[in-house]
Design a protein around this ligand. Structure first.
Ligand code: FE2
Length: 307
């Protein structure tokens, strides 16, 4: 199969149907202009070149050095070594435990630094942005996948963060849907960041007849590459082989308004109407203040900052 392909269901593409671009050697300003602001996904082939993790992070390395690390996969407790052995012996029909991720990455930060400039500024760790807004979701995860491990249901990343996938080992396939197709993706009203479909692989046409009209692109991200998934982009994921990816989020000026709306909507769905109004007002004021601080260099820590 070609690395990148466009799929269009039954429809003709009505807009940009080109494959996801692979670029290298571009400056941050160019990235912002060509990809972040117009919200175009892109693969940066040289973003990870300074990471010690590249070449060091392999399933064998984690099995050898961190076999006893406690890890939770799909609600079940494992030791990392045990989970990796199950993944190694998995097949497409009998996949190993998944999602399988290290969520407390503090001891690995040196291996995944510097945080590259394309993913900055980032507001997560600024002291004026309360951690409770993020509902205990970790911002950096080291994900392990094996054959048959999928994140197969369409979703966009929680709270409309920009998503970054730094692929340090193996290959992963992403299905990226074009914007504005929520009416074809069977959005879950209780969890509007995900579809009620369990999988994009041969969904039941009787239950999901509109899905065949959905349009998007498939792209394979290889070791050493970083994929930018702009805020609100619906996507699904498939591991093609043993793989290790560092997944992290970005919150900055261009997705602040959507982030604010998501945080407020979440509180409203939980019936916390007064809290929703207070948070809305606070974030409404904080956004422009952050813009000013960032103009003077805030939120650009390449060591990821601390929280
Ligand atoms: Fe995702």
């Amino acid at each position: 199969m070609a690395d990148d392909m466009v799929f269009m269901g039954d429809h003709e593409a009505s807009h940009d149907a080109s494959p996801v671009e692979r670029v290298s050697g571009i400056g941050v300003d160019e990235f912002v202009r060509r990809f972040r602001i117009p919200r175009r996904p892109v693969i940066l082939t040289d973003a990870l070149q300074d990471w010690p993790a590249l070449g060091r992070f392999t399933p064998d390395y984690f099995s050898r050095e961190f076999a006893d690390l406690p890890i939770r996969c799909a609600g079940k407790d494992y030791r990392l070594g045990e989970a990796l052995t199950l993944q190694r012996n998995a097949t497409a029909d009998q996949p190993g435990p998944y999602p399988c991720a290290i969520t407390d990455c503090r001891q690995f930060m040196r291996d995944i630094s510097p945080r590259f400039g394309y993913s900055l500024p980032n507001r997560h760790t600024h002291p004026l942005v309360p951690a409770l807004l993020f509902n205990s979701i970790s911002h950096i995860d080291i994900f392990f996948g094996g054959a048959g491990n999928n994140f197969p249901f369409p979703h966009y990343d929680f709270l409309r963060m920009h998503g970054w996938v730094a692929q340090v080992y193996g290959d992963k396939e992403f299905t990226l849907f074009y914007p504005g197709q929520e009416h074809l993706l069977y959005v879950d009203p209780q969890r509007p960041w995900r579809s009620t479909m369990e999988s994009t692989n041969e969904p039941d046409p009787g239950r999901y007849p509109l899905f065949r009209q959905a349009r998007g692109r498939k792209v394979i991200v290889h070791a050493g590459e970083a994929l930018f998934i702009p805020c609100g982009t619906w996507h699904a994921v498939r591991s093609l082989n043993a793989s290790i990816s560092v997944l992290f989020d970005q919150l900055e000026s261009s997705n602040w308004r959507e982030f604010r709306q998501e945080v407020v909507a979440l509180r409203r769905r939980e019936g916390q109407f007064m809290k929703a109004r207070l948070i809305d007002a606070y974030l409404w004021v904080l956004g422009p203040a952050m813009d000013v601080l960032e103009y003077f260099g805030a939120n650009r820590r390449k060591d990821w900052g601390a929280r």
